[in-house]
Design a protein around this ligand. Structure first.
Ligand code: CA
Ligand code: CA
Ligand code: CA
Ligand code: CA
Length: 471
């Protein structure tokens, strides 16, 4: 069972890698497959670049750190395989950049694949290391999947504003079937290109806990859940911080996050002229987030806050989405607050409380002043937890009758967050998609039979996702 669980993710990842290699390298040098074989110690590679991952000559002990060092030093896109287990980083950080201590610096493109999101745990062990977990350098492509990154702490990095104790991405990152958990000052800071699919981002603490896109970065989030991230200090953004870059979120759930200042679920602003901020939400569920969680009467937008504080106006577009039961504060003077600032509606959104919010654009199909009647955050099937509509929910079959769009150029979401089919008849007699991340009355389809040698698909970019969008 363990073996099968392990082989499938590896297979999928290697297929993705084939495409990645064709795009990123013309003549790929012989790539290494480095299998980590010990979780007992955190030690450096004794001779990086000799093609062998080991911590002493001939000892055949391949630690995660040694594997990263060897992959960095060996030209070409190597693969690091991490079996089930918990891998603690233990070497205190000196903020160097060669993966010798503290965080694992990734300076060459690489595939990193674990045995499952809950099976392979990489623990930053911040009380000992005082360091982050991964630092992905500019110009580097990383495909990381089937693992958890947890318990790191932000390290100050030159040229980087924003924080993350889990992963700092300045290159190009694809993160799939993975969890970012309990990192201090957040789990992911992206200033490059990042694509998240089936990721759980949860339980982050400290200041600036949000999943952050900044510095002109491009971030795409699909089929993911962002929950229970609680900021302290003076922090905007509990779940997602969209500053100076583009974020597209599809089929995702943002719930139970807290910001001490603005934007309990999502905080959106643009602080510099040269990096426009744009946020696009398609079938996103934003519920039970809290702004002004320190209850000092400073903080707006319990669900979504759009700020023009710096004089720039961000683009914010929302379609087929749910924003409900978000609040300011919880004990002292609690107020229902789903959004603050201006959001352009594409129609077919449920926004329970419109007070404080300017919903412009297409208002056709929008619902207000009603509860979406969703389940709590549960395992409703699929790789992440979701909030599923109950049988009496007003969001059932209330999405756009023309279909659940996944972009602005005609692409459609064919599945929901659980990877179950979209556009299912939920009782209206019409096969119409629901608002929000999870589709009522849908069931998993048979998994496709894996083909041993897949035919390359034309017009592919550097990543492969399961086919949730069809043009
Ligand atoms: Ca070596
Ligand atoms: Ca390499
Ligand atoms: Ca380091
Ligand atoms: Ca439906």
């Amino acid at each position: 069972m363990m073996k099968l669980k392990f082989v499938l993710p590896l297979l999928l990842t290697l297929v993705a890698a084939c495409f990645a290699i064709t795009r990123f390298t013309n003549a790929a040098p012989a790539a290494l497959t480095l299998t980590v074989n010990t979780s007992l110690a955190d030690a450096v590679d004794i001779n990086p670049g000799n093609g062998i991952c080991e911590t002493a000559p001939g000892n055949n002990a391949c630690t995660l750190r040694a594997a990263v060092m060897e992959a960095n030093a060996s030209p070409g896109m190597d693969t690091i395989v991490i079996p089930a287990g918990t891998y603690y980083l233990t070497i205190p950080s000196t903020a160097e950049n060669y993966a010798l201590d503290g965080d694992l610096d990734v300076t060459d493109s690489v595939i990193i694949v674990g045995a499952g999101a809950a099976e392979t745990i990489i623990d930053g062990n911040r009380d000992v290391t005082n360091g982050r977990v991964f630092d992905i350098f500019s110009g580097v492509y990383v495909h990381m999947s089937h693992l958890t990154v947890r318990n790191g702490i932000h390290e100050a990095t030159a040229g980087i504003s924003g924080t993350s104790g889990g992963i700092l991405n300045r290159g190009s990152l694809t993160l799939e079937y993975a969890r970012l958990l309990s990192n201090q000052e957040g789990g992911l800071l992206n200033s490059g290109v990042a694509e998240l699919n089936a990721v759980t981002y949860a339980n982050h603490t400290g200041g600036f806990v949000a999943l952050t896109n900044t510095g002109g970065g491009t971030l795409t989030i699909r089929n993911s859940t962002i929950n229970n991230n609680n900021s302290s200090g003076f922090s905007n953004g509990g779940g997602v911080d969209a500053s100076n870059g583009t974020i597209t979120i599809m089929n995702s759930t943002i719930v139970n996050n807290q910001a001490t200042l603005h934007g309990g679920g999502i905080y959106i602003t643009q602080s510099v002229a040269n990096y426009p901020t744009a946020v696009y939400l398609y079938n996103v569920t934003v519920m039970d987030n809290i702004a002004d969680s320190d209850q000092n009467d400073t903080g707006v937008g319990g669900g979504i806050a759009v700020s023009t504080f710096y004089g720039h106006i961000p683009t914010v577009y929302m379609h087929n989405s749910i924003v409900a039961n978000n609040r300011l504060r919880f004990f002292t003077n609690p107020v229902n607050s789903d959004c603050a600032g201006t959001i352009t509606s594409g129609g077919y959104n449920l926004v329970k409380t419109l007070s404080g919010c300017d919903l412009t654009g297409v208002t056709t199909g929008n619902l207000t002043n009603m509860d979406p009647l969703l389940s709590n955050l549960l395992d409703n099937g699929g790789p992440t937890r979701t909030r599923l509509p109950g049988s009496l929910s007003p969001v059932i079959d209330a999405g756009n009758p023309a279909g659940c769009a996944g972009d602005n150029v005609g692409g459609m979401l064919t599945t929901d967050q659980r990877e179950y089919p979209r556009h299912v008849d939920g009782g209206s007699g019409v096969a119409r998609c629901d608002m929000g991340a999870a589709e009522y009355n849908s069931a998993p389809t048979e998994p496709p039979t894996p083909t041993p040698s897949p035919t390359p698909v034309p017009t592919l970019t550097h990543h492969i996702f399961l086919p949730t969008i069809q043009r």
